[in-house]
Write a protein that binds this ligand. Sequence first.
Ligand code: FAD
Ligand code: SIN
Length: 516
Amino acid sequence: MDLRADFLVIGSGIAGLRAALSLAEAGEVVILTKSDPGESNTGYAQGGIAAAIGADDSPELHARDTIAAGDGLCVPEAVDRLVHDGPRDVRELLDWGAAFDRDADGRPSLGREAAHSVRRVLHARDATGREITRLLWARVSACARIRLLDDAGATELSIEDGACTGVRFVRGAVDVGTATARRTLLATGGAGQVFRETTNPAVATGDGIAMAARAGARLTDLEFVQFHPTVLNVEGAPRFLLSEALRGEGARLVNEAGEAFMTRDDPAGDLAPRDVVARAIVREVERTGTPVYLTLAHLDADFVTRRFPTIARACAHAGFNLARDRIPVSPAAHYLMGGVATDLDARTSIPGLFAAGEVACTGVHGANRLASNSLLEGLVFGARAAAAMKAAPQPAALMVGELIDVRLPGRASAAVPTAYEVRDLMWRSVGLLRIARGLEAASAQLDAWLAACEAAGGARRCDAELRRTTTLVTVGWFIARAALRRHESRGAHFRADFPARDDLHWSKHVSDVLHT
Ligand code: FAD
Ligand code: SIN
């Protein structure tokens, strides 16, 4: 199957769908998505989408909170675009009919989440992503100029004379096709599946990062992986996210003895930034040898089940009453701040190739993303990507920061691993608490595994399992290398052997470029 279009969009989350709607104003659009159209991180988003629309809020205040959470590494110009374009782009969603919760006066009801100084999170109860997906998908389906192909996984970028001309893709196990376009947008989302414990669905394997890397695109800040502090921690049950909005509405973290331990670690208590809360939970579990819990028992039970019906159902499924019981929680990999390096218009270092949403790194989140800024990023930078893709000419992005040339490891000295082995290693050695010894051993193991995957045919093969494993190993390999090289702790990147932030040496973004 060979497809041609003016614009090609890979991925059907908020960034891809928002971009496609704008691109269709200027030409024919093809969207490839590797599973069902609604299967994406976007579809599972709970807490909401942040935007400075409240009477007590302003883009400047939103920028200040974003930059504070980003721990000295946010790119100010990117933050500026996010907070200034954000209110307009979110109002557009409301105009299109987004069924966000409303206050009695009819205005959007604004939720509170960690490290936001005011209430600024629009939400559709606790299933905001499902509502945004429904809305965007309805508009995309009604647009004759957009063709969507599901179960179509992009495997490799097509590069001619140094520019991107489209992708190769597989459908099912055998059907290999090409899609060719003047401009290609990577909107393939994050890579939570690289870790054994994650909030992310199965599609989030970092395909866009691996494909871009192999094509020689610049990757940035891959050491910065956000671990959400609170997922349901029940043996055998999925790691279901327990939204930060729960704590925003008054839920407390307590230890086995019922002590609210967060106030010991940070004056912001349960609403401290995510990295702080996640590490505090791990330390409390280590200190006490017993689990940590979320409790909402002091809140009005009717309010809890009305405001959080999806979470209440998931807890009930695991045998807990959200409004009454203590719910055991632990951290899990949630979001990738780093990714394919882009400028403010989503241009990558390869002409013709753009990236937006979680796959991209504009630097907007720095070392640690502020809650509910990711849906906003997908919306704002999806729209900005489309504007740039429609414009001509198309130079490659100009980027700053330190650049490191890397090469694939040499001869295979190990067997191809299982996906579980890769994810388990990443969780144990490249997770929330990192140290040189563990990172070095993990990097050496990933070197051997990557060479073995390459020798077996790697991501270009039709064997779905090998493709998935090769992608996980490739993305894990970049994350481990980046984590090993940053000799400091900042935001979500914590090194037990370098526990302090080191602005003198590390107040910078570091990029990798792969030479094959
Ligand atoms: P996604 O929504 O992940 O979409 C990626 C798309 O690319 C998918 O359709 C996928 O199938 C497709 N794809 C991947 N690889 C390929 C390939 N090789 N070929 C073709 N298609 C491919 N953020 C917030 O701001 N607020 C929240 O409340 C919030 N809650 C969250 C809750 C959960 C459980 C999770 C997992 C994340 C949450 N986030 C939240 C983060 C946020 O949802 C994501 O960062 C954001 O939705 C990413 O959007 P995206 O469009 O970049 O990618
Ligand atoms: C959550 O609801 O806690 C997730 C919000 C986010 O990832 O921004």
